[in-house]
Design a protein around this ligand. Structure first.
Ligand SMILES: C[S@@+](CC[C@H](N)C(=O)[O-])C[C@H]1O[C@@H](n2cnc3c(N)ncnc32)[C@H](O)[C@@H]1O
Length: 236
């Protein structure tokens, strides 16, 4: 008969293996000004933007600088969709999405800073929008239901993930079959984009990291935005 000690030993081995497998993706290195000293595929992960920066997300010049209208077109939203706005911040995009998908749809506004969710709720209320739920995520878990999401949007957030591999794995699980992931990142290739280096990403780097994801495949990259790449993936 198998003893309970042996079973416990096997369980410990399994847990250690899983932790080691996840750790192998990452490396430690010099911590630069806006980074956390943790590297993924050669890229230093950026420190997340504090909730004190929320007014910058709502700045009046954003419409002209980033052309969110073009991003909204690229999302191809339909009424009734279930959309996750990951790293929603003040809800700049959550509001636009909620208006577009209507009352039969729902926005999951996910952030790791509860202060951001307070701002999100206030801004949704000011716009009389109720078709959303505010979700307090963890650094390695967006806390979304499995198989429910049509589209997960990441505007200016992926590069801040402390656990990008684990986050994207869980996001893929939250998608319906054929559900989409849309990564929007400031273009590192363009020196004229006036954003801190660690808060920009090249297309090649995004592709390199996303190739690690077993459940997602690249569909297309949209090049219509003035400052950002829009990279679209689909659940296999
Ligand atoms: C630069 S802001 C972008 C906010 C919003 N997407 C926008 O474009 O207006 C990045 C946000 O991502 C959040 N964030 C960072 N890591 C996260 C994670 N693992 N899960 C959810 N949110 C995260 C930060 O707290 C911050 O509010």
């Amino acid at each position: 008969m198998i003893s309970s000690r042996f079973l416990l030993f096997c369980l410990l081995l399994f847990v250690c293996d899983t932790v080691r497998a996840a750790e192998e993706f990452y490396a430690r290195g010099p911590r630069t000004r806006n980074g956390i000293g943790k590297y993924y595929e050669g890229r230093e992960i950026a420190h997340f933007m504090s909730h004190l920066g929320a007014p910058w997300l709502e700045r009046g010049t954003r419409e002209k600088e980033e052309r969110p209208d073009l991003l909204m077109q690229a999302l191809e939203l339909k009424p009734g969709m279930q959309v996750a706005d990951i790293g929603c911040g003040s809800g700049y995009y959550s509001r636009k999405i909620a208006q577009e998908i209507g009352n039969k749809g729902q926005v999951y506004g996910v952030d790791i800073q509860k202060e951001m969710l307070v701002i999100l709720r206030k801004n949704m209320k000011a716009n009389s929008l109720t078709n959303f739920v505010a979700v307090l995520g963890e650094v390695d878990d967006p806390k979304l239901p499995e198989g429910k999401i049509d589209l997960a949007l990441f505007v200016d957030v992926y590069h801040e993930f402390e656990f990008p591999y684990e986050m994207m794995l869980k996001i893929a699980k939250s998608l319906k079959k054929g559900g989409r992931v849309v990564l929007v990142e400031y273009r590192l290739e363009d020196p004229d984009v006036p954003i801190k280096l660690l808060h920009k990403m090249s297309q090649a780097q995004v592709q390199k990291e996303m190739k690690r994801q077993p459940d997602l495949k690249w569909v297309k990259t949209v090049h219509t935005l003035p400052w950002q790449h829009v990279m679209i993936y689909e659940k296999k």
